[in-house]
Design a binder for this molecule. Sequence first.
Ligand code: GLN
Length: 481
Amino acid sequence: MKVANKKVTAVRLVEDALKKAHEFEDYNIFTFIDDAGALKKACEIDRRIAAGEEVGRLAGVPYALKDNFLTPAGETTASAHILQGFNSPITATAVAKLEAEGAIMIGRTNLDAFAHGSSTENSYFGPTLNAYDKSRVAGGSSGGSAVAVALDIVEFATGTDTGGSIRQPASFNGVYGFKPTYGCISRYGVVAMASSTDCIGFFTKSPDDMDLLMSIASGKDSKDLTTLDDYYGLSTGHATASSPTSPTDSVGVPQAASPVDVHRIGVVKEFDNESVDAEIRKALESKCKLLKSKGYEIVELDMPALKYALAAYYIIVPAEVASNLSRYDGVRYGFRSENSKDLNGLYENTREEGFMPENKRRIMIGNFVLSSGFYDAYFLKAAKVRTLIIKEYEKAFETCDFILTPVAPNPAFKLGEKVNDPVAMYLEDLMSVSLNLAGVPGLAIPAGKTAKGLPIGLQIVGPRRSDKSLIEFAKILEDEE
Ligand code: GLN
């Protein structure tokens, strides 16, 4: 993303991005395109460069923002009817950090309303179409962001990943998608889905760009007390570092474990079965062969608790969703139903008209599993399963450095194929949700195409705080693509 080299102006870059955004309107990628705002910012960057002023590492780089990040530019709707008309007075920390480096947001991208879904079909604005086949879904919930990068409209896009919403659409559209260690990037100013699993991350076209964005966006934030040290600090905790005290560079920034320290790659036995598409299994196999030829050892992992991850996720997440969505009542944000006689009616009608069916389903399930008679049987049980999953990952990383798995059981499916079958849709998340429950990082990487030309994605999973070395490791696989 080299921009401030004076060979190309920020205005030119932004104009090109905006032109493409309009050209691809039929994909339904954007909920808002900020033509005037983006051009104004580009002019300002060019003026500063001409005046010899310092500009940031992302000066003039156009990007797309998932429409659940708060900024005053345009309405923040989370693709939900209930947030129509909501103009945020605040800016999310992640957005502020990107813009401080000169990145220019050209538009807000479509998602499943409140990020509930795996196809972007649950959006109030209708589905986003897959970059490789318009009759198929973009994946979700960050479908708009993935397609914006895949169609080369922007250099990068933001996403949120509560159970796979960055990695799965990245894999459906042949781009990189990273869900960092929980707490790596501040969640301040991002519409909450499930606070204990929500992660902020990015879509890019290369591991290098991911590395740069992570170094900019990560770090402690007093407005989000779950945030960790910055990305470089994080990496020093990686188990594969060659020495217990990680080396530092000339200015004292701790450096991550070098990829040469990675020796053993785990594959999960439980994911090698008929429920995973044959072409995806083949892609995994060929990557393993390649790694073996490079001298890596492939370790087979037994992770029996992972088969309960989906069930635990679909209890814990709705419980948190029900709580987080209780703030939308027609009084404080966006849309308000006008058909009500009294205050209770106002709440009821606003929520009835404003939420999508999937939002309501999660509110119902969430309140059910938290209710006094069922709490022990469901929520508490799921919390225990979560602990088992955390332990299982810890154990796995005693025998391998990273794990390589499919992202989803299948490539992009047809529009309409699963949207009326919630369980089929939830099964999409089979291999992605356990990472969120355990708080570990996962990077979706492009790994070839199916016979029909659809992208295949694999994910590299690492221990907590291995973010930087994980991205470094992806570069090795990239070279061999
Ligand atoms: N598809 C998953 C779900 O519907 C994940 C969503 C997300 O990561 N935001 O819950």
